[in-house]
Design a protein around this ligand. Structure first.
Ligand SMILES: Cc1ncc(COP(=O)(O)O)c(C=O)c1O
Length: 397
């Protein structure tokens, strides 16, 4: 039995079966490359599902973690934490936000946003305004409330009764949103580009029209930037492609470039609704994660990471368009920055397995959509290597 097989057998015995795992035992990573326990190298265009925006083990994140770990790993949110304060300052300096609540994941960031919207509404004297409109094919997390917010039946099946107070409309259709607003509505919650649902970019002007609707009806606009944030789409935050600002934005995934962290960013006016004792998290924004977050955000802003994302995103997309012209089973190429997808007319699951066998990590979402979310530091020659493997797979079909 190889080292990999041994680990896989042990993993299947005692680790919960909540993931359909591939037969790869991860051992180490560097830049855009992941190495398995048997020493095999893979070009990683999944990047921990859009988490490793700076690649694996970026030296600045490693150093920040090492330095902080030697000083203080955890205390409590009963005390002031310098790294957390600096990270909050930097997020606010580079966004619409005035205040940041830290947690540990995207789902928790969205939970905080949902609680904030309800509490703000209640504080304004509208205790019956609690409903949040979200989009079909959205994804907001796996807790019971964020699964209820997610507009996909397959995530909800078996978990009834769901959390009440969510209504779903087709993404990108402003009339549907307008019609769904009713006296119970307190907020609209959307991903600026839908990720897990299949990389859907809304039509031009959609988010601006949503903002206007929110203003007209006095609703909070919550943007879930868990996947789109931290430079992924070619701007630090995806809302910055449009002439709008949300009232609440949630972040996680790439915020610390690997270590688990989540954040809910909001304006002062709304932040006041979650005063002392109303919400919290033991680990949220702890010194270690916050130090990594500060290193990741600083690196993304100062080291030309977003420019590289834009340039490499254009390059990868144009090469994907060329493949689309050649292979009729590629029916669409879409996305923004380095959050790109190819929709196929055939199932993508087997292709992902073949890609892995040939040394490439990608994934398939929504059944037939191949998703490409490489580190934002990816180089052109790495994209070329990826395309060579991909084209080899396509030409065998
Ligand atoms: C847009 C979006 N929101 C929320 C989440 C949930 O994040 P987490 O898995 O960190 O809870 C995800 C995860 O894929 C996501 O893509």
């Amino acid at each position: 039995m190889s080292t990999s097989e041994n680990w896989i057998e042990r993993g299947l015995t005692h680790v919960a079966h909540t993931y359909g795992r591939y037969p790869l035992v991860a051992a180490k990573g560097e830049g855009c490359w992941l190495t398995d326990i048997d020493g095999r190298k893979y070009l990683d265009f999944l990047a921990g599902v859009a988490v490793n925006n700076l690649g694996h083990c970026h030296p600045k994140i490693v150093k920040a973690l090492q330095d902080q770990a030697a000083q203080l790993i955890h205390c409590s949110n009963f005390y002031h934490i310098p790294a957390q304060i600096e990270l909050a300052e930097k997020i606010c300096q580079n966004s619409f936000g005035d205040r940041v609540f830290f947690c540990n994941s995207g789902a928790e960031a969205n939970e905080a946003a949902i609680k904030l919207a309800r509490k703000y509404s209640a504080d304004c004297g509208h205790s019956k305004r609690y409903e949040i409109i979200t989009a079909k094919a959205s994804f907001h997390g796996r807790t019971l409330t964020t699964v209820s917010a997610t507009g996909q039946d397959k995530m909800q099946t078996g978990f009834a009764p769901l959390m009440p107070g969510f209504k779903y409309v087709p993404f990108g259709e402003i009339e549907a949103l307008q019609e769904a607003i009713n006296p119970s509505t307190c907020a609209i919650m959307l991903e600026p580009v839908q990720g897990e649902g299949g990389i859907h970019v809304p039509p031009t002007g959609y988010l601006e029209a949503v903002r206007k609707l929110c203003d007209q009806h006095d609703l909070l606009l919550i943007l879930d930037e868990v996947q789109t944030g931290m430079g992924r789409t070619g701007r630090l935050f995806a809302y910055q492609h449009d002439p709008i600002e949300p009232d609440v934005m949630t972040l996680a995934k790439g915020l610390a470039g690997g270590p688990p962290i989540g954040a809910m960013v909001t304006r002062e006016k709304f932040a006041a609704a979650l005063g002392p004792g109303t919400h919290g998290s033991t680990f949220g924004g702890n010194p270690l994660m916050a130090a990594a977050g500060l290193a990741a955000l600083t690196t993304i802003i100062e080291d030309g990471v977003i420019d590289n994302c834009v340039a490499m995103g254009h390059y990868l997309r144009s090469e994907m368009e060329k493949l689309k012209k050649k292979y009729p089973f590629i029916i669409d190429v879409r996305g923004r920055g380095l959050m790109l997808a190819m929709e196929l007319s055939i199932e993508g699951g087997e292709l992902v397995k073949t890609a892995m066998a040939r040394g490439l990590l990608i994934n398939c979402t929504a059944g037939k959509v191949l998703r490409f979310v490489p580190p934002l530091i990816v180089k052109q020659n790495e994209i070329d290597q990826m395309l060579e493997i991909l084209e080899g797979i396509f030409s065998d079909i």
